[in-house]
Design a protein around this ligand. Sequence first.
Ligand code: CA
Length: 229
Amino acid sequence: MQKILIVEDEKKLARYLQLELMHEGYDIRVSHDGRSAIEQHEAWGSDLILLDLMLPELSGIEVCRRIRQHDDVPIIMLTAKDDVSDKVMGLDMGADDYMTKPFAIEELLARIRVALKRHSSEREGGARVLEEGPLRLDRDSREISWNGQNIPLTKKEFDLLEYLMLNRGVAVSRSELLDKVWGYSYVGDTNVVDVYIRYLRCKLDDPFHVKLIHTVRGVGYLFRLEEDA
Ligand code: CA
């Protein structure tokens, strides 16, 4: 079932969209402000986001900008007024499409179908499975396995490992990892990267007696399989 996150502070409209989209067979979650929208998207992994631009906490433009730093999920903006500068800014921030309120639900449904289809055909390009010895990372099902044995990872652990594997053999700095995996700067603190590297080592290096994630002093981390470590 495809997952759509509705970000809309007008509760009646959010409810109406939720019912219509559930009726179409989509799995739906709703956020009423910008900050919880980002959290909900990151935790849930939406396949598409319907994003109102005028929101409390964080504007839709800012939500779009932050999500786009590290995520290509399709975003359709909902704009209350026929405000050209908002639409331009939203599209500049990487939104895929927009609808001006009020809109016909059939038109929105059609645009959702187009955005989801375009996205899935784009994703078919590029390697969808990354392998390194017995380690296998499936970017579509988001599963990790070692010799066929499934290893449960959290979303951030998965994203971090994926980024390291895509750059295998190359030292990646903490700030690059923060930028690409977390997407927005934590206030002056790259320790979060070290913490997640430790989690990954506990789940991969330690139980399988290998060294996958190497510390490069003064730089950051490097992914390369060394067995019998
Ligand atoms: Ca609004």
